[in-house]
Ligand binder design. Structure first.
Ligand SMILES: [Zn+2]
Length: 494
């Protein structure tokens, strides 16, 4: 029996640290509406998915932003209300693709995505099948599982499978519509909070723990097995690793969820950073000693790709304190210290002028501080990305400091191509990212991770948690293994 389906799409995809004093607002988001949403997916071809002519797609609102601090309540409500208004206008729907990241914190709320999907469910009613494809760094709550029929999540970090996962979420939605299936979900919280930097799937034990999910997929009665590392920089009760197994056989999905949870738990102490790690002084000393150049150091606590404020000047201060760098005998590059005022000052002074500026202490005055830097305006680069704005490069001694107008991520070596600075000519490159493999591995074999302060401090035990559920590993390092008893959610609409 063939019929025509009406499927809505929408969501707010954001990752935000509650340890950042810098709140995010609507202006930080890139928002797509209506038909722009479908046009933005690489896995839709000319508005169709898998060649299916029997589906009409209705984009509502899809917002995303560079990770940051918690979303201001009014901004969240503004985006939520617009999504719901657009959703109401396209009812009735047979299905809804809920496209989120899963780690959005909103000021004053404990479960933002749960709140959003509960409101969506209320509008679309129990007969609409909701499917989601999430980042594995999301925190998954009972409220979400109550309202979502089908879960899937990335299985690789870094997320080379992001688009494949989103496409799988849409594929699963259509499969359930075609077969008339409303699946069960088995949900198991795993009381472990680890940063993504330790839990990459490109080395062990992450590789095996995630690799084995495909074994659960093929168990009869299982549709999808998902495992979330979670988002650890959220001081909320929902913060934890989780597994959700979706399927038609409640016993089978419970058994698989237990296996997955236990496997992650058993590996908890083995997860480690993929590169040598130490404090800021140690990384700089190692870099100065290195025969191989350049040495790449990540200022990991202030990483804007995970939610850091992107303006903590600690590494700039430390580098400028090195006599060979201050004198220009050695060269280094630091990306970046966001500061709109300094960009204006550099523009006013002009390229080649000497200026004294104050960097840091604006976005994150809790973990950061103001640092006075005297140098020359090396160059000014007009905005060519959505998020970055104009970028000024200030050169002090041998240190190039990239100063963007807005928070920006310099995720790959090619991000620097447009600045005319040859990365291979430098002694030290300090970036603020989590993963130093792939392209960075191609650039240099010497990559170090500095454990620095910030909104995404990698030293989890040192964070001022007050509201996470205890016991929680690694805060309670000696806690006993939990009794695994996945909660089963009955098919929605029955
Ligand atoms: Zn992620």
């Amino acid at each position: 029996m063939s019929r025509h389906y009406r499927i809505g799409i929408g969501g707010i995809a954001f990752e935000s640290s509650t340890f950042s004093p810098l709140h995010s607002t609507t202006a930080d988001f890139h928002i797509l509406r209506g038909e722009e949403i479908v046009a933005g997916y690489p896995y839709f071809e000319n508005g169709t998915f898998e060649g299916r002519e029997d589906v009409s797609w209705f984009g509502t609102l899809k917002a995303r932003a560079i990770p940051g601090g918690a979303v201001a309540t009014a901004s969240y409500l503004e985006m939520k209300n617009e999504l719901l208004e657009r959703l109401e206008a396209v009812l009735p729907l047979d299905g809804f693709f809920f496209d989120i990241h899963g780690a959005m914190s909103v000021v004053g709320m404990d479960d933002a995505e749960g709140d959003l999907v509960a409101a969506i469910r209320k509008l679309v009613g129990p007969n609409c099948i909701i499917s989601t494809g999430m980042d594995l760094h999301g925190n998954v709550t009972a409220q979400e599982v109550e309202n979502i029929d089908i879960f899937t999540a990335y299985r690789q970090a870094p997320h080379v499978d992001a688009m494949e996962t989103k496409a799988r979420a849409v594929h699963n939605l259509l499969a359930c519509l075609d077969s008339g299936t409303r699946p069960y979900r088995a949900w198991q919280r795993i009381p472990v909070g680890l940063p993504g930097e330790r839990t990459s799937t490109f080395w062990e034990p992450g590789m095996s723990v995630y690799g084995k999910l495909t074994e659960s997929d093929v168990v009869p009665g299982v549709l999808d097995a998902s495992l979330w590392v979670g988002y650890v920089w959220a001081d909320q009760p929902r913060n934890s690793a989780t597994t959700v197994v979706t399927g038609t056989d409640p016993d089978a999905i419970a058994a698989e969820a237990t296996k997955i949870a236990k496997r992650y738990w058993d590996a908890r102490a083995e997860f480690d950073f993929g590169v040598p790690t130490g404090d800021s002084d140690w990384t700089i000393a190692e870099a100065l000693k290195s025969e191989i150049k350049p040495v790449v150091i990540s200022d990991s606590g202030d990483n804007p790709t995970a939610g850091g404020a992107g303006d903590i000047p600690l590494m700039a201060q430390k580098l400028l304190a090195v006599p060979e760098i201050a004198s220009g005998e050695k060269t280094a590059l630091l990306a970046s210290l966001m500061n709109a005022k300094v960009v204006e000052e550099a523009k006013a002074a002009g390229v080649g002028a000497e200026i004294t500026v104050t960097l840091g202490g604006v976005n994150d005055p809790v973990n950061g501080f103001p640092l006075e830097v005297t140098g020359t305006v090396h160059s000014i680069h007009p905005s060519d990305t959505i998020m970055g704005g104009d970028i000024a490069i200030i050169k002090s001694g041998g240190l190039y400091i990239l100063v963007p107008q807005r928070r920006i991520q310099f995720g790959m070596p090619e991000s620097f191509d447009r600045f005319g600075i040859d990365l291979h000519s430098l002694d030290i490159i300090v970036i603020k990212i989590g993963y130093l493999d792939h392209e960075w591995e191609d650039l240099t074999p010497v990559r170090l991770l500095a454990l620095t302060p910030g909104a995404v401090n990698q030293d989890i035990v040192s964070l001022p948690f007050q509201r996470v559920q205890r016991p929680f590993y690694p805060l309670d390092a000696d806690m006993a293994e939990p009794e695994w008893a996945p909660q089963i959610f009955a098919p929605i609409g029955e």
